[in-house]
Design a protein around this ligand. Structure first.
Ligand code: ZN
Ligand code: ZN
Length: 401
């Protein structure tokens, strides 16, 4: 299959565009229902982790920087417009053509309320923000410069499964308003691919520290009756220590989303990116929503260094001999740094209650659910009244015995 047809796999029956179906774990035609197993689809789709490529981080950052340096002085307003031809050319210089855009025809809209940018690949564009439900969404001028996701985890949990999960989740939430239940069980449930950066790196570190060894001394003291007694007290002997560490960081994740509430994202568990990624192809995302990353590669790379430093320090700390340590100094050198831009699947319910927007999130690969919920004042009120009536009834009964 040549490049022109990659990303365009028509239905063998009716010629319609195939889409990924989570329940069937296959490509399916939304028009006539024909199901095409991944293995039988064209070479370009889901041919496994062999096609998942790591990219050199330093080269990519240098390209971004070079593109900025060569930018000419500010242009008249019309030409400098992000969608304008010059703006487009500038931004396209930053990354090789093969690493840009989402493939097929795509349209981007940005929410004026939560600022999330949604990408719709050759599909219907939503009329409300998928992340907060706000109707104020405007076209986002795609600069054509988005770094293409190299790979993704296709949805594994179907909407039916996630509705069951959410029903159970809701059932264990006392005093949650009925509106949450309706939102969770109706069409406000959206399947969204979230942008992530993943980083690999080899670290070699040297550390020095003072290792502490505990020992005990016998100390005598007087108790409250004036008797002399003894007790054991802990002391610490400090000795200099040093060592080195080599460690490979594999697929350290940095989220690029602004649409999903970060605390929830941490609660829905991990995504098996080291084992289950598939090479990106528009079939997987057509008909679903993709969020465009807003944490860019440079910010994400900085965040990644901070994460690796913290972990490197912890790994060195484990090497220090003795019972405790102090003054740990770590000199770390990171090499062979590579990155991937990937998409991971989540199911999302967003709804407003009062003036706030709440989200319930499910891991589209493992089904793990986490959510925010308001407390229904009415339900609490009625529960309190019922409890009070029960107590009064009990007192009445007891009084008549
Ligand atoms: Zn068809
Ligand atoms: Zn929004």
């Amino acid at each position: 299959m040549n490049n022109a047809t990659v990303g365009k796999h028509p239905c063998p029956e009716c010629g319609g565009d195939l889409q990924w179906n989570a329940g069937k774990q296959a490509l399916a035609c939304p028009y006539c229902g024909t199901v095409v197993p991944l293995a039988q689809a064209a070479d370009g789709v889901g041919d496994g982790s062999a096609a998942v490529v790591e990219q050199d981080l330093m080269q990519a950052l240098a390209r971004l920087q070079a593109a900025e340096r060569t930018q000419p002085p500010p242009l008249p307003a019309e030409q400098a417009r992000p969608g304008g031809v010059l703006g487009l050319l500038q931004s396209m210089a930053a990354t090789p053509a093969a690493q840009r855009g989402y493939g097929a025809q795509s349209r981007e809209v940005q929410c004026q309320s939560c600022h999330a940018i949604s990408v719709f690949v050759a599909g219907k564009v939503a009329d409300r923000c998928e992340f907060c439900g706000s109707p104020s969404i405007i076209d986002h001028q795609s600069l054509g410069d988005a770094i293409t996701p190299q790979s993704l985890l296709p949805f594994k949990i179907s909407d039916g499964q996630v509705r069951d999960g959410m029903r159970k989740w809701y059932g264990t939430r006392w005093f949650a308003p009925n509106r949450l239940k309706r939102a969770a069980l109706t069409d406000t449930l959206k399947g969204v691919y979230l942008p992530y950066w993943t980083f690999d790196a080899q670290v070699s570190a040297r550390w020095t520290a003072e290792a502490g060894y505990h020992y005990y001394v016998t100390v005598s003291y007087r108790d409250s009756n004036g008797n002399t007694r003894t007790r054991q007290e802990q002391r610490t002997r400090w000795e200099p220590a040093a060592g080195s560490l080599r460690h490979f960081f594999d697929d350290e994740l940095v989220p690029g989303t602004v649409g999903v509430h970060m605390a929830l994202l941490h609660k829905i568990g991990s995504f098996p990116t080291t084992t289950d990624l598939k090479a990106y192809s528009p079939e997987f995302v057509r008909g679903w929503t993709v969020e465009r990353y807003q944490v860019d590669l440079r910010q994400a790379a900085q965040q990644n260094v901070a994460q690796m430093q913290a972990q490197t320090n912890a790994l060195c700390a484990e090497q220090v001999p003795g019972d405790t340590h102090r003054n740990l100094q770590v000199q770390a050198d990171y090499s062979a740094r590579t990155f991937k831009h990937i998409l991971v699947p989540v199911w999302l319910v967003s709804y407003t209650y009062g003036a706030r927007s709440y989200q319930v999130l499910a891991n589209g690969y493992t089904g793990e659910i986490a959510g925010e919920r308001p407390y229904s004042a009415w339900k609490i009120f009625f529960a309190a009244v019922t409890a009070a009536l029960a107590v009064m009834a009990l007192l009445y009964v007891l009084g008549n015995l």
